[in-house]
Ligand binder design. Sequence first.
Ligand code: 6R9
Length: 658
Amino acid sequence: MSIESVLHEHRVFAPDKAFASQAAVASMQEYQRLCQAAAEDYEGFWANLARELLIWHKPFTKTLNQDNAPFFKWFEDGELNVSANCLDKHLATIPNKTAIIFEADNGDIKNVTYKDLYHQVCQFANGLKSLQLVKGDRVIIYLPMGIEAIVAMQACARLGLIHSVVFGGFSAKSLNERIIDAGAVAVITSDGQYRGGKTLPLKQAVDEGIAMGGCDSVRHMVVFKKTGQAVAWDDQCIWWHDLIAGKDDTCEPVMVDAEHPLFLLYTSGSTGKPKGVQHSSAGYLLHAMNTMRWTFDIKPEDIYWCTADVGWITGHSYVTYGPLAMGATQVVFEGIPTFPNAGRFWEMIQRHQVSVFYTAPTAIRSLIKAGETDFTTHPNHFDLGSLRLLGTVGEPINPEAWMWYYEQVGGNRCPIVDTFWQTETGGHVITPLPGATPLVPGSCTLPFPGIDIDVVDEAGNDLAWGNGGLLVIKKPWPSMIRTIYNDPERYKSSYFPAELGGQLYLAGDGAIRDTETGNFTIMGRIDDVLNVSGHRLGTMEIESALVANHLVAESAVVGKPHPIKGESVVAYVVLKGKRPEGEEAKKIVAELRDWVGKEIGPIAKPDEIRFGDNLPKTRSGKIMRRLLRSLAKGEEITSDISTLDNPAILDQLKQPVN
Ligand code: 6R9
């Protein structure tokens, strides 16, 4: 997205009166009142919310403990159970309300009520208990998107087990690293999964991951029978259905401290190794709930659908925890947006009468394109009258895609909440509130009430609006990352760097605020993290994968703007042997792409690989990434390259293999 286009964006969409009149936050005055309340009594603001929204087994008396900053503690002497806050509390009021409308890849539909879900979670929790899993144990979940994934996560929460969900698109190697880092005691997976009409193996990757070694901590593997395909088996394995057979369908929730880790979720950073982002129980759930209420304006009669997989933070906060804790009815979709055709999302909105819809810009962009070539998949072809609110997340949305979403999907009627947040923030930190905030295409607008977020310069000094700089959060907030699992030092240096004074949370994105409105526009990552189809990928991570191949001597990976994916991955590679050409080059490209698919996962495969005898470096040996980014875009190099050691290789690196 071009920053210019957003800064010169003059279209403003004020909240619709009818929408505002029923909204949780109904005006800009109301929004400002909330921000003011947080500014005047920060701890009181959050404490009131925590008392209002969470059910405590033991009430907290202390709100925020900053003694060991930046390792903050919220509501620390309180006790609760997250699963009881999502399920048990609804038994008396809405037991027969549909919690989940599940639609399978092949279109089969299954409804689960709150009472059903409660019993399924309890029964599975009793199964896990029978494996002697105890509070604090880490459990890896590697399951397809569906009811079982939610049941597994909730069952862990019920027992105080710390889950770490690994997205089904990650490889055996990625699983191996995560199992080792988390010291996982159990893995929950399925034989296979359905995606886009295909049957794919799943357990096999876990087997391969464990076979790579170092996974001695794993004592059990629970396998859900999904596809019925053949799987390898050993003493550690137990079928999900055998584990729950005869087990009681009620299970006392294990009460935990507010700060007890609810989960670890691995995400890419600017170095090679993914970081295990650790979240708390109470503070995390509080923000998931409050953002459901203020950002998504969730109402008892809404049919809510967030298209994210539970393998990502969006699926944690806005599928597994937030909607359930709020007693919402939600659609859970196993498949992909383009199967059996690109009208699937719109057809499902029509079929299930979805009223609140939350998806990613990359999905929107790909569906725009598809709808242009095949009108039967265009939103106009469907009745989307049930929609009342739209949301996006994961990357900046370009104003054109925003307008299409607004007009073609929302029928010029539905506000769009462009929610900026991160794995580390737990929930939305900058977003419009749909009954209050005037919307500007391409801008995520204003801070969520209580989140003290701003733009500073490289020394941590405040910047006046209109100046681009670093996005930082100035005060701790309840749903923030607590640490990087096993690596507290990295937590400190990555998020509270000394250069900024050590007190500011550094988001890792560049941002600028509009001089008049204060609206934020996100300018993209300032570190070596790419955003490909809304998925975070570290360039270093892909580079390490490439150099682990026996053919590769050195590599540098950069992002290149892509019309649908946001960014695509371009890898510059120096082989140990001669620089390949022609057919041989093509063969090696295919081999290396496959290799990265196996090392990290298919989402990380480079879109383009270029070979050189060397990489452009400064005389001190630093790879000139800026230059590589220009080359990837096909730009002429006009900048000063006098510091470049070996200008001749630029010609080689201009050439894609084709
Ligand atoms: C929730 C999620 C976080 C990174 C973040 C930023 C980008 C997310 C955005 C956005 C512009 C938005 N990002 N939402 N950029 N506008 N509305 O995506 O978490 O996977 O950790 O990615 O995604 O670059 O730093 P995560």
